[in-house]
Write a protein that binds this ligand. Sequence first.
Ligand code: H79
Length: 593
Amino acid sequence: MKKLFTIILLILLTKGSVWSQISQDERMQWWREARFGMFIHWGLYAIPAGEWKGQYDEKKIGEWIMHTYKIPYTEYSSLAKQFNPTKFDVKAFVKTAKDAGMKYITITTKHHDGFALFKSKVNNYNVVDATPYRRDIIKALADECHLQDIKVCFYYSQAQDWAEPNGWGNNWDNFPKENDRNHQQYIDDKVKPQLTELLSNYGEVGMIWFDTPLSITKEQADDLKALVRKLQPKCIISGRLGGGVEPDYQSTSDNTVPPTTVAGDWEVPATLNNTWGFKKYDATWKSADGVTRLLFDIASKGGNYLLNVGPTADGVIPEASVKILKQVGEWMKINAEAIYESKASPYYVEFPWGNITQKPGKLYAGIFNWPSEDFYLEGLKTKVKKMYLLADKSKKPVQFEAQYDAPTNHHVLKIKLPKEAPDKVLSVLVMEIEGEAIVEKQIIEDHSGKINLFGGKAKSTKNGHPATIAINNNGGGAQNWKDAEIKLEWEFMVKTPGTYDLEIVSTETGAHEKTDWTGGHQVKLIYNDVVKDITISPDAKTFNPRTLYWKNIITKAGKITFDKPGIYKLKLEPVNILQEGRGFTFREINITK
Ligand code: H79
C-alpha cells in the first residue's frame, strides 16, 4: 500500500514539473504541424499610415515611420491620444486567420516604436493607459484565440525601442549616443518586466517572436531566453533572439524563400504588400495565386509561412488582405491535407512546375505549371502504388507508367494527367508510395534533354580542399559567392549526344525596397579540354515564383557538345568576382537541347 502511494506521488510530482520534462520535439510539435500562421503588425503607426506631414515614401515600411521621418518621441507618442480602433472586431480577426487555414497568430505586442498594445504596469506608454480606447488589445486577442483554439503568439521588439533613451535605435531624439546608453537598464526596466507580464497575464503563449537584436549580448539574450523558459516552458522562442544564443527555430530574412529544402525548423516572415504596418497608399498586393504557391513551396522545403496583415487605425484588416486570405482559404479547404503535418520534399531542389510535400506513405506533388503533355517525375526510387488528384473526391486513379533504365540506373514516372488542371492555381497530385521516399543522387539528363547543375549540388573546393559558399537565401537562393578561390564542379550523365545550349543563372537579391544584382564577374567554364571565358551579364531576366520580388538573371554561355552518352564533368571557376553587394549570386547552370 505504502509502495503504491509512493509511486502515485512520484507520478504526480513528475507531471507537475513539466518545465524540466518538455523536450524540444514536444515544444515544437504544434508549430511543425501548423505550417501556416498570421502575422499582425498593429500599433500607432497605423494612424499616419505611411504619410507624415505630407511626406510619402513608396519604399519605406509603415511601422518604421517614426524612424523614417525622425519624428521626436514627444510628437510621435501623442498619436496615442488619437488611437481609438472602435471598429476592432476580434472575432473577425480570428475568423480571417482561421478561414485562411492559419493555425497561429503572431501579433506585435510592442514594435520598435516602443508602444505596447497591452496593459503594462511598468510602462504607461500602452494602449490602456495612453489611448482613448483604453482596452487591452492583446487580452482580447489572446482570449479569443484560446476560445477558438488557435495559438496566440507575441512579437516583442527586445532591442529597438525608440521611446527609450536607453533602448536601441532612436538616434534622432536628444538621447545619449548609442555607445553611452545603458542598454542593460532598458532591458531590466522594460523588456523583462513586460515579457513577464505577457507570459503571466494572457494564458498560454505559443511563442515570443523577437526581432532585430542588434548588439544585444549573449548574456542578455541568455537571460531573456531563461525568462521565457521559466515562465512558460512550452513557449517557443523565434529566430531573432540574438547574442548568438540558440533560438527554437530559424527565421529567414523577411520575405525570403530558400530554393532548396532546409533541415531543421524555420519560418518565412512575409508581407502581403510591401509593408508590415498599414500604409494607406500601398496597393502592391501580392496575388492570392502567388501566395498559395508560396505556401505550398515553403511547406515543401520544410518551413512555415508567417503571413502578415496590417490593420488600420480603425481596427480593420484591409479588405484587399482579407480577399487574398479568403482565396487561399478556399484552396486550403481542398488541399490542406498536403500542408498540415507535412514534411519537406525528398528532393533537394524545387521544380519548375512546383514542389512536393510528404507524409508517411504519401507524396503530394503541388503543380502550378500544368504540363501540356505527359508529366514526368524523375529520380524517385520508391515504388508508387497509386496516384490521384486531391481535388477529385472520387480519387479516380491517375494512370502512370514506372520506367527503369538499368544502364543509367534511372527511374522515371510518366504520368497521364488530365488536360485541364483541376485547380488553375495549384493542383495536388497524391502518390501513394511503398515505404520511405528515396531519391536518386545522380545528376542526369531528363526526358526533355535538360541537365540542371544546381549550385548546391556541386562539389566545391578551395585550393583542393572542400569549401562551402554561403547559401544566400535571398533572391531565390543564389550563392553569396565572393571568394574567387572557390571552384565548383559537377559530374552528370548525358544520355543523348549532341550540341547543347549553356546558360548560367544568377539571381537578384535584396530587401523589397531595393533590388541588388552585381554583374561583370569573370568566370571560366571548363569541360574536357574546352575552356570558355564568360562575363556574367544580364542577357535575360525571368520571373521567379518563389521570390515574387527578385528575378533570375540569365547569362548565355554559348554551346557545349557531347560526342557520346556517358558521364561528364563541368567546372565553374571564377577569374574575378566583383565584391559589390552580395558578389556573384550564382544559382545554377542549365544545359538544354
Ligand atoms: O517587423 C517587421 C519589420 O519592421 C522588422 N521585421 C519585420 C518582421 C524589421 N526591422 N528591421 N527591418 C525589418 C529591416 C528594416 C529596414 C528598413 Fe530602413 C527600414 C528599410 C527601410 C526602413 C533602416 C532605415 C534601413 C534602411 C532605412
